[in-house]
Design a protein. Structure first.
Length: 137
């Protein structure tokens, strides 16, 4: 009986002491914004088995190093936007795929040039897109 009383007392104390924290949907989106981002077209495109995805990144040390060196080159370029620095860089068997949105054509050229200097011109697949510009499929 003492154990039951003690257990109930502890449960009551924990219930009182535990903060009442809950994250509602309004914590993340303004009340007026009920829309979800529509990136359905990108999601459909990424399901295509011909597209390289980050999960296709090779774990071979030379491929990991290649990806690291391209990423460092982009990170060190202060003229690139945050979007440009956050593109997907995927390396497999010495070949680099560049995917994602960039601000403009200049950023696209800058990124491809940097990747080609590191991996070689024939070893870079450019799948970069200029943001807010429809892709010609």
């Amino acid at each position: 009986m003492k154990i039951l009383t003690l257990t109930l007392t502890l449960m009551a104390l924990v219930g009182i002491a535990a903060p009442n924290v809950s994250a509602g949907s309004s914590d993340y989106l303004p009340a007026s914004d009920k829309s979800a981002p529509d990136n359905s077209a990108r999601n459909v495109r990424d399901r295509d088995s011909h597209n390289m995805l980050p999960t296709d990144q090779s774990n071979k040390p030379e491929d990991v190093d290649l990806t690291r060196r391209v990423r460092q080159a982009l990170e060190s370029d202060n003229n690139l936007s945050i979007d440009a620095k956050n593109i997907k860089i995927i390396s497999s068997d010495g070949v680099v795929w560049l995917r994602g949105p960039v601000k403009d054509a200049h950023e696209k050229v800058t990124i491809v040039r940097a990747a080609r200097e590191i991996a070689g011109a024939r070893n870079v697949h450019n799948e970069l897109e200029i943001a807010n510009q429809p892709k010609n499929d």
